[in-house]
Design a protein around this ligand. Structure first.
Ligand code: ADP
Length: 605
C-alpha cells in the first residue's frame, strides 16, 4: 500500500474519532434519548475506525477483530434505535432487529473463532462478511429511506439535517459493500485512497446533521423566508381577533417548525387554539407544564398583557425531535405572536368599548327622554300658574330648573341623534334654502348664550348662498360651532360667523379668539365623546358629541367640517356644503372634492 493510502486511512480514522468525541460532548451538554442513540452509534463508529488502525494487517488480533465487528454492528443497531425514537417502529420490527443483531453477533464470533482459524474454508468468510454488512445496511438503510421520505414535509433546517445524516450513512453503506464485493481489486492502493477520501466527506455531513452551525441553518432557512414573512403578515396584520390570531399562530408554528401538532394557551392557562390534536390531548400536555426532555414537545412563552401564555409544538411520528435551533426560532416567533395578540386584544377592547358606547347612547337617550318630557310639562305648568301661584323665590327656582331641563333636553337630543346615526336610522329632510338665513337664525339662537364679554359678528355675502340641506340640522351644526366658540373663549372676544361661497362650494366659518387647540389634541375632536381635557377646559361642561355629530351630518349632506387652530390665539371651524348648482350635478362628488381640496390646508381631517 502506498504511503498516501496509509496517511489517508489515518486521517479518516482520526476524523471519525474526532466526530465521536464532538458528538459525545454535545450529547453531554444537551442530553436527550434520541440524540443519545445517535451519539452512541457515531462514537462506536469512531472506536471501530480507531481499532482498525491498531490491527497489524499481516497478523490480526482476533479480540480486536471481534470487538471491531460487534462495535460496527452495534453502531448500525443504534442508528435504528435513533430512528425508533423519532419515528417509532412496531414491536415486531423491534424484535426482528434484536434477532438480527443476535444472529449477526453469533456470525461475527463464528467468523473470528472458526473461519479465521480454519483458513476461511470455501468462501464462508465472504458469506459471513456479507451477512454482517447486510445487517448493518438494514439497520442504517431503513432509517435513511424513512428519514428521506419524512423530510419532504419538514421545514428547511430539519429537512437538510435529515438528508445530511441519511446521505452520510448511505455513503458508508456504499463503501462497505463495494469493499467486500470488490474483493482484491478493492485492496489496491488507489482504491483505498479513493474510498478513504470519500469516507472522509461523510464526517462533516454527519456532524452538521447533529449540530449544524448557525450560518448553515440560516442558509438552509433562506428558502423559507418568504413563507415566514407571509405568515407573520397574515398573523399580525390580518387577524381580526385574538381567537383567529391564536388559531393562525399555532397553524403557522406547526408548519414552520415541521411539527405535527401544537397549541396556544392564554395567561390563565386556558386552551386558546390547537391544531393537529384534539382538546383532550392538548389539555393533557398542558398539565405537564414543561417541555419533554426528549425534545418531543417544546414551548415558548407568550408575553400577554394579562400574564404569560404558551405556544407549544409537538413532534409526531414522522417529525424529528426539536433542537436548540427550533427552540430559538419558536421563541422569536412567539414574541411576534405576543405582539399580534396584544394588538388584537386592544382592537377587541376598543370594539367592546365602542359597542358599549352605542348601547349607552341608545339606552340613556330613550330612558331619559320620557321623564324629562314629563318634568318639562310640569315645569311649564308651574311657571304658567296652572298649578297655583308661585311666590318670587318659587318663580326663580322654576326658571333655573327650566333652563337646566332645556340643557338636559338638548343633551338627550344629541344622544338620540348619535344613536340614530349609529343605527343608520337617520333620515335627512332636504330642502333648498339660503345659507345666510340659516347662519343668521343660528347666531340669533346663540346670542342667548352671550354674557357680555363676547360678541357675535355676522359676516354675510350680499348674494344668496343656495344650498340643498336639512335646514334644522344645519342650523344645529352652526349653533353648536358658535356655542363652542363662546364656551372655549372663557376670556371673551369676538366670535365671527362668516358665510362665503365660491366655485360650487359654500362655507360657514366660525372664528373665535379663544383657547385654541394644540396639534396633538386635534385627532380627538371629531370622535364620539371626544373631548380635550386641559386645565383651562376641564371645568367646562360638554359631552364630546357636538363635533362628532356635526361632521357626520355635514358629510351626509355632501360636505364636511374642518378646523384650523393656534393654541392661545383661537380657532376657525369651517362647515363646508355644496351649493345647489353643484349639488344638482352630484350630491357628493364635486362638492366634497372642493371641500377636500380646501381641507388640504386644514390641520385635521
Ligand atoms: P363638547 O363641547 O360637548 O365637549 P364637542 O364635540 O363640541 O364637545 O367638542 C369637542 C372638543 O373640542 C371640546 O371638548 C373642546 O375641547 C374642543 N373644542 C371644540 N370647539 C372648540 C373651540 N372653538 N375652541 C377650542 N376647543 C374647542
Amino acid at each position: 500500500m502506498t504511503q498516501a493510502a496509509v496517511v489517508a486511512q489515518y486521517i479518516t480514522t482520526a476524523a471519525f474519532v474526532a466526530l465521536g468525541v464532538a458528538i459525545a460532548y454535545r450529547w453531554y451538554r444537551q442530553p436527550g434519548r434520541a440524540q443519545g442513540m445517535l451519539a452512541v452509534a457515531i462514537i462506536l463508529l469512531g472506536l471501530v475506525a480507531a481499532a482498525g488502525r491498531l490491527q497489524d494487517p499481516n497478523n490480526p488480533n482476533d479480540l480486536i477483530a471481534l470487538f471491531s465487528t460487534i462495535g460496527f454492528l452495534a453502531s448500525g443497531y443504534f442508528v435504528l434505535r435513533f430512528r425508533h425514537e423519532l419515528i417509532p417502529l412496531s414491536r415486531r420490527a423491534l424484535w426482528a432487529a434484536d434477532g438480527l443483531l443476535a444472529v449477526s453477533v453469533a456470525v461475527s464470533i463464528a467468523e473470528v473463532v472458526w473461519l479465521r482459524g480454519g483458513a476461511g474454508a470455501g468462501g464462508w468468510t465472504e458469506i459471513a462478511l456479507l451477512e454482517l454488512i447486510g445487517a448493518w445496511a438494514i439497520f442504517t438503510g431503513e432509517p435513511i429511506v424513512r428519514f428521506w421520505l419524512a423530510s419532504n414535509r419538514l421545514p428547511a433546517v430539519q429537512r437538510a439535517r435529515m438528508r445530511f445524516l441519511g446521505g452520510g450513512f448511505a455513503v458508508l453503506i456504499g463503501i462497505l459493500f463495494i469493499a467486500v464485493l470488490g474483493g482484491s481489486a478493492f485492496q489496491s492502493p488507489t482504491a483505498v485512497l479513493v474510498t478513504q477520501l470519500v469516507a472522509l466527506t461523510v464526517v462533516p455531513a454527519i456532524y452538521v446533521s447533529f449540530a449544524p452551525p448557525a450560518i448553515l441553518r440560516r442558509i438552509w432557512r433562506m428558502s423559507e423566508e418568504n413563507e415566514v414573512r407571509a405568515a407573520l403578515q397574515d398573523l399580525l396584520i390580518f387577524s381580526p381577533s385574538r381567537q383567529v390570531l391564536a388559531e393562525r399562530a399555532v397553524y403557522w408554528a406547526v408548519r414552520l417548525m415541521g411539527a405535527t401538532a401544537g397549541f396556544v394557551t392564554s395567561a390563565d392557562g386556558k386552551l386558546l387554539a390547537a391544531t393537529g390534536m384534539d382538546e383532550a390531548s392538548a389539555e393533557a400536555l398542558m398539565a405537564q407544564h414543561s417541555d419533554t426532555p426528549d425534545g418531543r414537545v417544546i414551548s415558548a412563552p407568550l408575553h400577554l398583557s394579562d400574564g404569560q401564555g404558551t405556544l407549544a409544538i409537538v413532534a409526531g411520528r414522522f417529525t424529528p425531535v426539536f433542537g436548540t435551533d427550533e427552540i430559538a426560532q419558536l421563541k422569536a416567533y412567539a414574541n411576534s405572536v405576543s405582539a399580534g395578540l396584544a394588538r388584537a386584544a386592544v382592537t377587541e377592547r376598543m370594539a367592546e368599548l365602542e359597542s358599549g358606547k352605542t348601547q349607552f347612547l341608545n339606552l340613556a337617550s330613550h330612558e331619559l327622554r320620557g321623564p324629562v318630557t314629563v318634568i318639562r310639562g310640569y315645569l311649564s305648568m308651574l311657571e304658567s300658574g296652572m298649578l297655583g301661584q308661585l311666590n318670587e323665590r318659587g318663580r326663580k327656582a322654576a326658571a333655573v330648573m327650566s333652563s337646566k331641563v332645556t340643557e338636559m333636553n338638548e343633551l338627550i337630543e344629541e344622544m338620540m341623534e348619535a344613536a340614530r346615526l349609529e343605527d343608520g336610522a337617520l333620515s335627512l329632510r332636504l330642502s333648498e334654502c339660503d345659507l345666510r338665513d340659516v347662519a343668521r337664525s343660528a347666531a340669533d339662537g346663540a346670542a342667548t348664550l352671550l354674557d357680555g364679554s363676547h360678541g357675535i359678528e355676522l359676516d354675510l355675502p350680499d348674494r344668496r348662498v343656495r344650498v340643498n340641506v336639512d335646514e334644522d340640522r344645519t342650523r344645529t351644526i352652526i349653533a353648536n360651532l358658535l356655542s363652542n366658540a363662546i364656551k372655549y373663549s372663557p376670556a371673551g372676544g369676538t366670535v365671527t360667523c362668516q358665510v362665503r361661497s365660491s366655485a360650487g362650494a359654500a362655507r360657514v366659518a366660525i372664528i373665535d379668539e379663544g383657547l385654541g387647540i394644540a396639534p396633538e389634541h386635534m385627532s380627538v375632536l371629531f370622535t364620539r365623546f371626544g373631548r380635550v381635557i386641559t386645565p383651562e377646559t376641564e371645568h367646562l361642561k360638554g359631552t364630546g358629541l357636538g363635533l362628532f355629530l356635526g361632521r357626520q351630518l355635514a358629510r351626509l349632506q355632501g360636505g364636511d367640517i374642518t378646523v384650523l387652530s393656534t393654541p392661545g390665539r383661537g380657532s376657525t371651524f369651517t362647515l363646508h356644503l355644496p351649493t345647489v348648482a353643484v349639488a344638482a350635478v352630484s350630491a357628493n362628488g364635486a362638492a366634497s372634492e372642493t371641500a377636500a381640496s380646501e381641507r388640504a390646508g386644514a390641520t385635521t381631517d
